[in-house]
Design a protein around this ligand. Structure first.
Ligand SMILES: CCCCCCCCCCCCCCCC(=O)SCCNC(=O)CCNC(=O)[C@H](O)C(C)(C)COP(=O)(O)OP(=O)(O)OC[C@H]1O[C@@H](n2cnc3c(N)ncnc32)[C@H](O)[C@@H]1OP(=O)(O)O
Length: 215
């Protein structure tokens, strides 16, 4: 823990601990039902984008979905306290927004993650939607700078080369690394391949370290 500055301002070390204006995130350890609950929600997302059901079935589904929302609404928590996104051992860290991929490697040399794009990621003609690849790359870059020991940074730019169509329900691998650092700037890159090593997309991005108090 850093020392408190005598003039009442926070010290540089404390600003570092707060990672700019970000809240400090700690890992969550939910009960055993959280992971299966999130997986069931993903299956629902797959079905919500793929069903062709009669209206009486939709009426029943709507009633059940509204009942589920009413059950959960009293437990809404603010950022940094909600469980989703803070469970290291779950796909996508237990976040429904993130790709449901598992981190395999997380160190200063780089981050590797493996998973599949699912039916709810469909863009067109059996390929992943082009808009979900930046989500995957941006998340791997956030983790990559974190694993490299850099303070919380924001993505200033992110460039993607779509080399081949990205298939659904096929195990894929993404690897990210820090290429170089210039002051607040970390230049990062990542590659998305299939398990045979075929390149599907690659990306490079600039992650800029936040200043004290910066949102
Ligand atoms: C245990 C529980 C689990 C936790 C385990 C997970 C870990 C995970 C951690 C969370 C990780 C969060 C990760 C959030 C990731 C996002 O938030 S992504 C969201 C999308 N990005 C944004 O919203 C960013 C919006 N933009 C901004 O906020 C500001 O533009 C920025 C990027 C902070 C930069 O603004 P600034 O601080 O005013 O800096 P500025 O002086 O303009 O630029 C600094 C330098 O960068 C250069 N630069 C800035 N922008 C650009 C650009 N677009 N192109 C080229 N150069 C640029 C400048 O030229 C300058 O260069 P130098 O002159 O110093 O050489």
């Amino acid at each position: 823990m850093s020392e408190q500055a005598t003039n009442g301002q926070t010290s540089v070390d404390e600003e570092y601990e707060h990672h700019g204006g970000f809240p400090k995130f700690t890992a969550a350890t939910p009960g055993p039902n959280f992971g299966p609950f999130i997986e069931a929600m993903r299956t629902l997302q797959d079905l919500a984008v793929s069903i062709d059901a009669p209206d009486d079935v939709l009426a029943e589904a709507r009633a059940q979905a509204e009942a589920l929302a009413a059950l959960l609404a009293p437990y809404e928590a603010k950022e940094g306290e909600a469980t989703g996104g803070r469970v290291i051992g779950l796909p996508g860290r237990g976040s429904l927004l993130m790709l449901p991929w598992m981190i395999e490697k997380f160190d200063a040399e780089g981050v590797r993650s493996r998973g599949v794009f699912r039916r709810y990621h469909l863009g067109g003609n059996a390929a992943a939607h082009g808009g979900v690849l930046p989500l995957l790359f941006d998340d791997i870059f956030g983790m990559t700078v974190h694993a490299a020991g850099r303070p919380i940074s924001r993505t200033a730019y992110l460039h993607i080369n779509y080399r081949k169509v990205t298939p659904l329900n096929v195990p894929l691998v993404i690897e990210g690394r820090v290429d170089r650092v210039e002051g607040r700037k970390a230049f990062v890159s990542a590659r998305l391949t299939d398990e045979a090593g075929t390149l599907l997309a690659d990306s490079d991005a600039l992650m800029v370290q936040l200043l004290p108090g910066q949102q």
